[in-house]
Design a protein around this ligand. Structure first.
Ligand SMILES: [Cu+2]
Length: 115
């Protein structure tokens, strides 16, 4: 094949691949386990869609992030997917809102939205 033909074939394919990558919403995985979230600090971009994929290793937990109006139940053995497009920058606290034992009150984290 000529170099010119390879270029003609390769450029549209590269563009299509780049477009596909841009359209795929990034995922952030957060695991819950008595009495912590892993990671407990997550950074996302202002105005960029993201999917939080929440899992639990032991029992039902909750994730509540009041300032962004977000609340989800995290059930062992399944993935809870929460779509989010942050509309304000800053650091926002989230916490477990399903009582899960003696360390429950300390089960929290921070979502950082970068401008
Ligand atoms: Cu809890």
């Amino acid at each position: 094949m000529t170099r010119r033909f390879m270029m003609m074939l390769g450029v549209p394919l590269a563009l299509a691949a780049a477009r596909l990558a841009a359209e795929t919403t990034p995922e952030v995985r957060i695991g819950a386990k008595k009495f912590a979230f892993h990671p407990n600090k997550v950074t996302v971009k202002l105005g960029r869609p993201v999917v939080l994929v929440l899992t639990s290793e032991d029992r039902i937990h909750g994730l509540k992030l009041p300032e962004l109006g977000l609340r989800a139940e995290i059930v062992p053995g399944q993935e809870t997917r929460v779509s989010l497009t942050p509309q304000k920058a800053g650091s926002f606290a989230f916490f477990c809102d399903v009582f899960c034992g003696d360390g429950h009150e300390d089960m929290d984290g921070t979502l950082v939205v970068e401008a």
